[in-house]
Design a protein around this ligand. Sequence first.
Ligand SMILES: *[C@@H]1O[C@H](CO)[C@@H](O)[C@H](O)[C@H]1NC(C)=O
Ligand SMILES: *[C@@H]1O[C@H](CO)[C@@H](O)[C@H](O)[C@H]1NC(C)=O
Ligand SMILES: *[C@@H]1O[C@H](CO)[C@@H](O)[C@H](O)[C@H]1NC(C)=O
Ligand SMILES: *[C@@H]1O[C@H](CO)[C@@H](O)[C@H](O)[C@H]1NC(C)=O
Length: 529
Amino acid sequence: MLASCFAVLLTVACLQGTVVARQQGATVIFSNTNRFLFDVDGKQIDAYGAKINYFNGKYYFYGTSWANPSNFGFKFYSSVDLVNWQYENFINATGSGRPHVIYNQATKKYTLWADANTGQLVQTSDSPASGYSSGKYADLDPQYSSLHPADAGVESFGDKGYLVWSALNFADPRQGSIWPLIYQTMHISPLTSDFTNTDTTSYNVTSAAFDLVDQQTESPDLFMRNDTFYVSASNSCAFCSGSIGVLYRSKSIQGPWQRQILSGYSCGGQVEGILPLTDPTTGKVTHVWHSTTNPGGPRVGLNGHIFQPLQFNADGSAKELDCSDGARFRVSFTPGTGDTASGSYTKAVDKAPQFANYRSVCDSDVYYTLHQTWRTSKSGILQSVSVNVAAGGNKNALDIKVFRFTNIQQLLSAGYKYELLGSATFVPSANLTEVFDTATVSVNRAVKKGDMLGFSFGEKNVLGFGLGNYIPYCHLEYDLNAVEQQCDLQQPVLIEQGSGQNSPRGLNGMESPIKVRNGKGMKFHANIV
Ligand SMILES: *[C@@H]1O[C@H](CO)[C@@H](O)[C@H](O)[C@H]1NC(C)=O
Ligand SMILES: *[C@@H]1O[C@H](CO)[C@@H](O)[C@H](O)[C@H]1NC(C)=O
Ligand SMILES: *[C@@H]1O[C@H](CO)[C@@H](O)[C@H](O)[C@H]1NC(C)=O
Ligand SMILES: *[C@@H]1O[C@H](CO)[C@@H](O)[C@H](O)[C@H]1NC(C)=O
């Protein structure tokens, strides 16, 4: 009975983000709790300032990669169900960010627009996620040529395409010593008929107030609802963990625009854009607002995403966002065509949940070596164990050792020797990135259903000692749910070993120095075939 506990509870946890029905329409549930997104191989979706488009029977998730922040570039993913995302492609566009793609019906070309720091870089392709040409810079309204073209979005309404972009001023005399450091306003420029350039005119997207909020806007997206044009945007913050979310609306693309503040802190994120989802049975379109978010801290590579449908009032304004912790939002949408993507995570039998309240925890170096255990739910060959880990400036390599043991009490006791099944050393610059990619240990050893397995996670040569460089590795932790906690210590257990904790503790001299991190689990998956 215990043996099946881990597998059963994972099924329950995984249902939370799954497509509920797939006949005519499908339903996806977004949750304020489950902010980290992963692809079907278990790697963090590394795409920020993202935009999701529906092209040719698939949803495409486009964003800026933060795996290597000295280079950036774009990462693309695709999905038919908005839950199982397949990694598609990386485009090395050094220094560029916030990719947006627009499709032109007449030329049958996809055009990728991106903020390339010195201008809007435009690349075209015959397909949505690959084959983009090296590109050229778009011509923009010359009246802002002394300003810095920054974030942008592109959208088409029929055969008319538009670029909404911010013009940034790094040298405005009103800037403060502490804040604001920049001023920027948004502008809409009509695109040429092939959507690969602007016509070099523009209209301001500002309200009558023309106040600091209007002059701090970035990360724009454009959509239309019921004959009204909308521009969603964030206040200046460059992927921060909380800024004002604004919504402008107008009956005309040329304005005048009415502005509202949708949220004072965007639920701890920066607005990315709007994903319109159509219920195929009713034709109703839900405009899903989404944002990059990391309530735990500012490092962008450790960000997730948060989604929720905008609720509109009769006057065309939208209600304030619901940032409450447990809020969940069910949205009907048109599923894509073709098979649901699968990969090493979705195929793994023993794994931490796809959706949970994951937090980045950065404490494994001189502070802690961690040991995550679980009981196998299947007999076969344990091919590999993959652990989500983010690096950044680390000097010492990371060691992951996979082992088999008899039970937790034994594992925690003095002198116990586990059976080493496999190990690997990960060198930060060669094997790890600054986002939660997976570090995979090849094992290829036979295991039996019910075996107690585990892995140790810590800096090479400092397992249990304290000779690090003060830069810890980061992993993902979640709270075990009630079902998991009912399972006894034979179930997934996260164990921490503090620096130098290698001798008995306690007044009786009999306590283990190794502690269970109660109620917590680490994100990993194990493939057994
Ligand atoms: C991207 O291109 C830059 C400049 O050519 C190069 O230095 C860098 O190594 C490339 N990055 C990747 C991941 O290919
Ligand atoms: C449009 O925006 C520019 C740049 O911020 C500003 O200088 C100009 O005054 C604005 N025009 C109007 C009509 O608001
Ligand atoms: C669209 O606008 C019309 C006229 O203002 C209004 O009667 C109708 O309810 C609106 N539809 C939606 C979906 O808001
Ligand atoms: C680390 O990267 C090097 C160079 O690409 C590769 O040869 C090695 O197999 C990688 N190590 C692991 C554990 O993946």
